[in-house]
Ligand binder design. Sequence first.
Ligand code: NDP
Length: 311
Amino acid sequence: MERVKCLIIGSGPAGYTAAIYASRANLAPVLYEGNLSGGQLTTTSEVENFPGYPEGINGFDMMDDIRRQAERFGTDIRMGTVTKADLSSSPYNIYIDDNTQIEAETVIICTGASAKYLGLEDEKKYAGRGVSACATCDGFFYRKKIVAVVGGGDTACEEASYLSTLAEKVYLVVRKDYLRASDIMQKRVLSNPKIEVLFNHNVEGLFGEGKVQGMKLVKNLGKEDESHYEKEIDGFFLAIGHNPNSELFKEYLETDSIGYIKTIGNTPCTAIPGVYAAGDVADSRYRQAIIAAGSGAKAAMEAERYLQEKA
Ligand code: NDP
């Protein structure tokens, strides 16, 4: 069985940045990439808000840059997905693809979160061509355009408000006849002249030549007066929640009601010594690459301190 000082799980900005710091601190980290090498950013088009890229950069290329930076200092980056974790005692036992077992003195969990989608074929068809799950990332491309946001929670209201500062018009598509968001967010949305809330609406499809040009809506689904119609839009934003990828660790680590791993104070430390959670798997609030990268760096620094104190 292989024993490692530092095992990093996940290959988004948090995982790769943890790897840069851990390898430069001589922890000889091993990183398992998971099934989406490079993480969520590889599915967005252009990243314009990560410092250091004044002209913006393609998400895939940016992750490739960070990955190569981690490799340069000796991180052992491997393909493979963690399928089981036993964090009951140190060293921790991590299983890869159900067969390889690794003993790790420290574990940095950077498994990220996945945005929820409606499950429409058209969401895949127009991925990166008008469909997005992150207004902060992609809103800028829709200046003076017409966009739709799906969802009725705080995220949807926040994204609709943000997009209204850029776009000419924002439709907020809400499946019920009320918003689930907090009062303050509801008021902000309902009093914003640029936002039109479409209550009792579901989206059943998108259309457009090579990019999103409109959405197909159902009003009052399943009721007597059910009706179907279309609206022209340029951008379609999902804001129906995220699923943090924390399932494997829930037996050992505390999570909030949605599943985000709870960390101690402003650190990536969990209640288990030597086990850290960084990036979106532990962050329901910011969900940004730069924040994830910062927390990955913190996690590696904590791992180094922990190993030094233990030695
Ligand atoms: P929520 O789970 O709170 O809301 C999800 C919304 O999406 C609901 O309106 C839900 O509708 C709708 N939805 C879910 N599935 C579908 C579907 N298939 N079709 C149409 N609509 C759907 O998620 P959020 O991401 O908004 O928030 C998560 C947590 O984070 C919350 O606790 C929230 O308060 C918090 N948060 C706080 C913020 C802040 O304080 N600034 C900012 C953002 C989030 P329905 O109501 O019908 O179920």
